[in-house]
Ligand binder design. Structure first.
Ligand SMILES: Nc1ncnc2c1ncn2[C@@H]1O[C@H](COP(=O)(O)OP(=O)(O)O)[C@@H](O)[C@H]1O
Ligand SMILES: [Mg+2]
Length: 266
């Protein structure tokens, strides 16, 4: 069985950073191979993971459509087979974690049939991994259009502002309207140098969000990012890495079906 963990939240709140640290800890725990899906068109999860990125699903979709339009497909090769081959080859293999980047979303000229094929191909790839971690753009609408996959755990990341929490609340409220079923969603407040202020606490309660963790601002993370160094090289005692440990434990417990609430992490 595959456990799918997705990360959503306003831009710049730390989704990709936290996805990278989550993946690293899962990989270290040797719970089995992980497929990282970068579902943000501004793809940069590969940098955080220190993996090269050559082709995105968007690139493959466009190239294949062009070939099909120009009748360049060799006799006997169906478009679906070519897509299947190309998408499988675009999976970047790392140590304990492989990466698939979604790239640009489909334009108006893209047919439903091609999207359905892509969905099926990606779902089949994902099904062969015990863990799938999806780094999203702000919401989940995009994900919902591109996969039929259910998500066991959704982490909604916010910065330490009331506005950020409000956005997180909106994302949580939208979950009902998606095709994607989400088992459990949690709020993570990232870069909270001062911890939780009463205003933030009130906003979290108002939106009925289940707070999983309040994470510190880690100057080392910013320094690594500035230097383009993969976060996988962060030292074990980095503040953010240490603070992420209980988050990953909760996700693991949740995935194993244990009853978990965020309360004991407050
Ligand atoms: N806890 C943290 N401490 C310090 N810097 C952080 C932290 N979380 C994220 N950052 C920095 O904030 C910026 C945005 O993070 P990123 O993960 O790219 O956000 P998103 O994927 O949500 O757009 C990056 O420069 C990253 O290094
Ligand atoms: Mg990102």
């Amino acid at each position: 069985m595959t456990t799918t963990i997705a990360i959503a939240g306003k831009g710049g709140t730390g989704k990709t950073t936290l996805a990278g640290l989550l993946i690293r800890r899962l990989a270290e725990g040797q719970t089995g191979p992980i497929l990282a899906i970068d579902a943000d068109p501004a793809s940069n999860l590969n940098t955080v993971l220190g993996l090269p990125l050559e082709k995105t699903v968007g690139d493959v979709r466009e190239e294949t459509s062009e070939k099909a339009r120009a009748n360049l497909l060799e006799a006997g090769i169906a478009k679906r087979d070519l897509l299947d081959y190309e998408i499988n080859s675009s999976v970047v293999e790392g140590v304990g974690v492989d990466l698939l980047a979604m790239g640009r979303p489909e334009g108006p000229g893209c047919y439903c049939a091609a999207n359905n094929m892509l969905r099926a191909i990606i779902d089949t790839i994902a099904d062969s991994y015990p863990w799938v971690v999806i780094d999203n753009e702000a919401g989940l609408e995009h994900l919902s259009r591109r996969t039929t996959r259910d998500v066991e755990v959704l982490l909604i990341v916010s910065d330490a502002t009331v506005r950020g929490i409000t956005t997180a609340g909106r994302i949580a409220a939208l979950l009902k309207e998606l095709n994607t079923k989400v088992g459990k969603h949690y709020l993570i407040v990232n870069r909270a140098a001062e911890g939780l202020t009463p205003e933030l606490r009130a906003a979290i309660d108002e939106h009925g969000l289940d707070l999983l963790a309040v994470l510190p601002d880690d100057p080392l993370v910013a320094a690594f990012d500035a230097a383009g160094r993969p976060l996988l090289q962060l030292p074990d005692d980095s503040r953010l890495k240490v603070a992420m440990a209980p988050v990953v434990d909760t996700v693991l417990d949740q995935a194993q079906g244990k009853e978990v609430t965020g309360a004991h992490h407050r």
